[in-house]
Design a protein around this ligand. Structure first.
Ligand SMILES: O=CC(=O)O
Length: 331
């Protein structure tokens, strides 16, 4: 007897939206994302990226960018003609050519406010460490020097230091709030004065801000205007006891000049979480006791990672269902 197969009651299998990932994705991220999306992973293909894109990605509508490294610009957009969204899990989007995206109506989203408290906490931690020499004293105790040589040299007071913030955005303003509790007068440089913060002093240029500060905190985005915004003149204006804390991007500072200024005693110290060619760090910095270094971790805790992934998923879901994006970057 011939059998016929009825399809009327077969449940429809929903296809998950395809999301392109060009960077290697860690297992945790993949575990969280893959129930929602069909991840199209370039690093699992034997094809070189251009061939992979032209073979598999002509119809891809969304790209997820996990780390602020590499350059996502016009040539990539040319290869992804259907792209409508680049969802970034970073706060900074200097690795994305947002002008090229705007011209092609490709939306860009970022980490929004998800990293802000962690970044602000860490910034204060770096400042306390540079001034009070926590890490150096720890090394001194661990390597037995306390017993052999006596106390480690004293650091300098944090409370009351005049703090100048370059970029009073969400991270900068959270840093300001924390350091206000330390009794630090706050000044800032940004494109325009911020009427929401009448108790902070505005400076229309970084040189004057540096002159009136003991500490400069860099928490602004890296753009053509802010690249190398901290140059030798600014460091001279900050002065020999001045400290720079950078949690923004390495290229906000003229890095070779920073090394020279630290060596020559033009400034007093630095706390650096970001570098021009990460993960490369200028070797000379690693020998300086007045410098604290870390591996671009200011924004990251397991808690902030979780929140940022949820936001990226929500942005992708909104995009695929035609709803407003949650953390669009104004292009
Ligand atoms: O630096 C980290 C970020 O921009 O999220």
């Amino acid at each position: 007897m011939a059998t016929t197969t009825s399809t009327t009651n077969t449940p429809k299998i929903e296809e998950k939206p395809k999301v392109l990932v060009l960077q290697r994705i860690n297992a945790y991220f993949e575990g969280v994302l893959s129930p929602h999306f069909d991840l199209v992973k370039a690093d699992e293909s034997s094809l070189p990226i251009p061939a992979f894109l032209s073979t598999h990605c002509r119809h891809i509508r969304a790209l997820l960018v996990m780390a602020p490294i590499g350059t996502f610009g016009s040539s990539l957009l040319d290869q992804l003609p259907s792209l409508g969204l680049i969802a970034c899990t970073s706060a900074g989007v200097n690795h994305i050519d947002v002008d090229a995206c705007r011209k092609r109506s490709v939306a860009v989203t970022n980490a929004g406010e998800m990293f802000t408290p962690d970044a602000a906490d860490y910034t204060v931690g770096l400042l306390v460490d540079v001034l009070r020499r926590v890490v150096m004293a720890d090394r001194y105790v661990r390597n037995g020097s306390w017993m052999l040589k006596g106390d480690y040299p004293l650091g300098s007071k944090v409370s009351g230091k005049r703090v100048g913030i370059v970029g009073l955005g969400s991270i900068g303003s959270h840093v300001a709030k924390r350091l206000t509790a330390f009794g630090c007068p706050i000044s800032y440089f940004s494109r325009a004065p911020k009427p929401n913060y009448p108790s902070y002093t505005y400076f229309p240029n970084v040189l004057d801000l540096a002159r009136e500060s003991d500490v400069l905190i860099l928490s602004c985005a890296l753009t053509d205007e802010t690249r190398n915004i901290i140059n030798r003149d600014v460091m001279i204006a900050l002065g020999k006891d001045g400290v720079i804390i950078n949690v923004g991007r390495g290229a906000l500072i003229d890095e070779p000049e920073l090394v020279r200024c630290l060596k020559e005693g033009v400034i007093g110290g630095a706390g650096l979480d970001v570098f021009v060619n990460e993960p490369e760090v200028p070797e000379e910095l690693t020998h300086m006791e007045n410098v604290v270094l870390s591996d671009h971790r200011a924004v990251t805790t397991p808690e902030s990672f979780k929140n940022v992934l949820e936001l990226a998923i929500a942005n992708l879901d909104a995009f695929f269902s035609g709803k407003p994006l949650l953390s669009p970057v104004s292009c």
